[in-house]
Design a protein around this ligand. Structure first.
Ligand code: CTP
Ligand code: CA
Length: 209
């Protein structure tokens, strides 16, 4: 199978020296890429800015912004059999990027933001028969409710619900625990375990049927 995986945060430019980003380190996405490789698949990894070495035997495309990630994913998606969006894609970007380095002035600063493309929702709209589409849901409350909504709304086959309010798992941690929800109503608890172990079990579950 050709497996396409996204990982890490995105960076949305404010001016020449500043950006908006999030706490994703890319560890879960990289673990998924390495686990998919271990299972014998051909893997393409689209990575936002992370401090991780390119894994051996995997083709890595490095991107910065949500728009660049969207372009890279769409270019690779059509012939992919399994797509896992593990990246923490920015939902908004500054409407205008300020030229050069912004100068401060007295008083408060207002920056207007506009929505980025929801890459996973776009993939869901053009999903071809036999293609498996998997999302992650990063939540701090109502984990299963929100994750189920995303599973249905984005036309996914599976979603891994990730409680990011816990410090022992999730962002930055070497371990994770997810609840894997299937569009057929199935539900599996995976972990807490090292991210590579979680990745292996998740991939085994979704390619089992
Ligand atoms: N996602 C995406 N493109 C975006 C935002 C999110 O492809 N612009 C993907 C993520 O990679 C993840 C899934 O959508 O697989 C869910 O991301 P999440 O941030 O949990 O949900 P959102 O749909 O963005 O909703 P919200 O942030 O409001 O909870
Ligand atoms: Ca989001």
């Amino acid at each position: 199978m050709k497996v396409l995986i996204s990982a890490g945060p995105t960076r949305e430019k404010i001016d020449a020296v500043r950006f908006l980003s999030n706490r994703s380190t890319g560890k879960m996405g990289y673990a998924l890429a390495e686990a998919a490789r271990r299972l014998g698949h051909r893997v393409v990894l689209v990575a936002g800015p992370v401090n991780l070495p390119d894994p051996a035997g995997i083709s890595v495309i490095h991107v910065e912004s949500a728009a660049e990630m969207a372009d890279a994913i769409h270019a690779e998606a059509a012939d992919s059999d399994l797509i896992v969006m593990a990246a923490a894609v920015a939902d908004y970007r500054p409407k205008r990027v300020i030229d050069g380095k912004m100068k401060k002035s007295d008083g408060s600063l207002l920056i207007e933001f506009e929505r980025t493309e929801d890459i996973l929702a776009s993939l869901g709209k053009r999903k071809r028969p036999g293609q498996l589409l998997v999302g992650f849901a990063a939540e701090t409350t109502s984990l299963i409710t929100y994750a189920s909504e995303k599973l249905a709304r984005k036309n996914l086959d599976w979603i891994a619900a990730n409680d990011v309010s816990r410090s022992d798992i999730g962002f930055g941690s070497d371990r994770n625990a997810v609840t894997l929800l299937g569009s057929d109503g199935s539900r599996f608890e995976i972990g807490p375990a090292p991210k590579f172990e979680v990745a292996l079990e998740l991939l085994r579950k979704i390619t089992e049927k």
